[in-house]
Design a protein around this ligand. Structure first.
Ligand code: SF4
Length: 115
């Protein structure tokens, strides 16, 4: 998560290998920065990957939890936390995932679609 200490500098956004970080007020998509052309939701319905989703925050840069892999599979450390000048990119205590879960998510986000 990004806390309300964020100064909206934008430094973290380009560093995310999953495009999980968006500017406050901006819509996000599953397909942005991933190979996801469509996503099956918990209720069984299918969403187009490029369908615009409501911002998680209107005031600060935000991280989409479903796209965040804590940089597993890409980098040794979380890139947003590494570049944030005010150290407001922090783990979400309400959304803890194991390394295995994060690597599985990374594979899902970036799986090449077979022709
Ligand atoms: Fe906010 Fe930190 Fe990202 Fe800058 S790097 S936009 S302060 S979360």
């Amino acid at each position: 998560i990004i806390t309300d200490e964020c100064i909206n500098c934008g430094a973290c956004e380009p560093e995310c290998p999953n495009t999980a970080i968006y500017e406050g007020g901006a819509n996000w998509t599953w397909s942005g920065g991933t190979h996801l052309q469509q996503v099956e939701l918990e209720d069984g319905s299918v969403l187009a990957g490029d369908a615009p989703q409501e911002p998680v925050s209107n005031d600060f840069y935000y991280i989409v939890p479903g796209k965040c892999t804590e940089c597993k599979g890409f980098h040794e450390e979380r890139q947003c936390a590494a570049v944030c000048p005010v150290d407001c990119c922090v783990p979400d205590p309400d959304y803890e995932e194991t390394e295995e879960e994060l690597l599985t998510k990374k594979a899902w986000l970036h799986a090449e679609v077979e022709a």
